[in-house]
Design a binder for this molecule. Structure first.
Ligand SMILES: [Zn+2]
Length: 489
């Protein structure tokens, strides 16, 4: 060990004894290095103390029940505002609807705002509901068991919320000079995309958080066979649209069955719709995703991934990939999932109407009207028609893979996970990033916590849980990405 490195090590050891806040201050703060020392230590040192602090915030946030509907995010917003205020930051509560407020805070580079350069750290405070009887623990108890934090929202999205907050406070505590504004935003109503969602926040308060870049949820750190297989950074997403299938007939006594019974017509229509597969369309991001994944999957699958877009073997490859993984299937085509059925009032009454609800996910660029024209032909029944829910998602352009920020994310992720490939990704699920991309924000989706498929499946399901070690990794990752991109070097 050279004497220079020894000096830095001693500084580091001193910092460790200064308490967790002091550790970060000592490590992020970059004083001029003593003369003759060519390379300073990394911008961010040990973040384990920060992660322990953030874990306490996360437990508290899980205990604040923000099930949407109704959301009640105001309590979570006040809790976060309290933390920010204690750190000497002036947060602002943004009221969206009764009982529903977002919270925003800013670390300013200098007096002149440059929104196009600013980085937004965004996460939502609301969570989806629970089927209480299926949970082994209280979903809002903040229970820690066997190295996991159990709770609704522990992953989606309070984990990210706490990680963003940690990264934001680490910057503030370090008093580093920034090269851009960094904005923290905790949002409402993401899970329902309703009247209190980011759309409304943008309409009412855009200048409070306008930014050129954003980190949001939406990506994944995929753990396979006990190690990180790859990191997926979301740069695009499918567009959700809800459609109702309505069959109409004549109401009557069930003892005299009729040919226009809407229950029968609806069931036949749904069966035909379910047998339909939309044509494959590979976006440039999905192509790059398969290309990157092809070296990581087993040889047979990898081989098909490499030829998925070729004229001669593409069609067969697409079929193999579709059959072997429902996620890949949905990434290649418009998808249709019937989710709810509604008909009848009594066992002995033929109803006059039956309804089925389809949740459709369109590839960017596809339109629901084209798809419904096709479905109308396939169903081929004058008693059945479709109605489009006007509150569908909006198609947004994808985020560029050529920005400095995407390069920073890729570099830091690869470093964090021992060189694991970092792949661009179009999610089949929707996030608030579409709203941001429509406002020219280069938004990227992380899932900063390494998760197995099994834990990933608990999101929106039963016994959602976050491995605490993964949480600490996520805090570290987000802090390093933010520092790398925003600290003046
Ligand atoms: Zn979410």
């Amino acid at each position: 060990m050279s004497w220079q490195r020894l000096t830095w090590s001693l500084l580091f050891v001193c910092a460790l004894f200064a308490g967790s806040a002091g550790v970060l201050r000592a490590q992020i703060k970059q004083g001029p290095p003593p003369f003759g020392i060519p390379s300073p230590p990394p911008l961010v040192g040990d973040t384990s103390g920060l992660a322990r602090e953030a874990q306490d915030w996360l437990v508290d946030l899980v205990k604040i029940n923000t099930t949407n509907p109704p959301g009640n995010e105001q309590a979570a917003a006040n809790y976060i505002a309290g933390i920010l205020t204690r750190e000497g930051i002036n947060p602002e509560i943004l009221d969206v609807a009764p009982g529903r407020s977002a919270v925003v805070a800013r670390l300013q580079r200098n007096a002149v705002a440059e929104p196009a350069k600013a980085l937004l750290l965004v996460a939502h405070m609301d969570v989806v509901g629970v089927e209480r009887s299926k949970w082994s623990v209280d979903p809002f108890g903040g229970i820690i068991k066997d190295g996991y934090l159990y709770g609704r929202g522990s992953i989606d999205d309070k984990g990210m919320l706490a990680a963003n907050l940690a990264a934001f406070l680490a910057l503030k505590r370090s008093s580093v000079r920034l090269n851009r504004d960094v904005i923290f935003l905790a949002t409402t109503d993401e899970e329902q995309f309703g009247d209190a969602s980011l759309k409304t926040l943008i309409a009412k308060y855009w200048d409070k958080f306008a930014a050129g870049y954003a980190i949001n949820e939406g990506g994944q750190v995929v753990v396979k066979d006990g190690k990180v297989q790859h990191v997926a950074v979301q740069a695009d997403e499918k567009v959700p649209v809800n459609v109702v299938v309505i069959a109409k007939g004549t109401a009557g006594h069930a003892s005299i069955p009729t040919k226009d019974n809407p229950v029968v017509h609806l069931a036949t229509a749904i069966s035909k719709i379910s047998a339909y597969t939309a044509p494959v369309h590979l976006t440039s991001i999905t192509r790059r995703y398969f290309e990157g994944l092809s070296t990581l999957e087993d040889e047979d699958i990898g081989k098909w991934m490499r030829v998925v877009d070729t004229p001669d073997r593409g069609e067969h490859a697409q079929r193999v990939l579709s059959d072997s993984n429902p996620l890949w299937n949905s990434m290649m085509r418009d998808s249709i999932a019937p989710t709810m059925l509604q008909a009848g009032v009594r066992e002995n009454v033929i109803p006059s109407e039956a309804r089925a609800y389809l949740n459709i996910r369109l590839l960017p660029g596809d339109t629901v009207s084209t798809l419904l024209d096709e479905l109308t032909k396939i169903v081929d029944d004058p008693l059945v028609h479709f109605e489009i829910d006007a509150d569908g998602g909006l198609a947004a352009p994808n985020s560029s893979l050529e920005t400095d920020f995407y390069a920073t994310i890729t570099k830091v992720c690869a470093r964090e996970f021992g060189g694991a490939p970092v792949l661009p990704f179009m999610s089949t699920w929707a996030t608030d990033s579409a709203q941001l991309r429509l406002h020219s924000v280069q938004a990227y989706g992380l899932g900063p916590f390494p998760l197995t498929e099994e834990d990933e499946h608990r999101v929106h399901g039963d016994d959602e849980r976050l491995p605490l070690a993964s949480f600490a990794t996520g805090v570290d990752l987000v802090t390093r990405i933010v520092a790398e991109f925003c600290v003046l070097k």
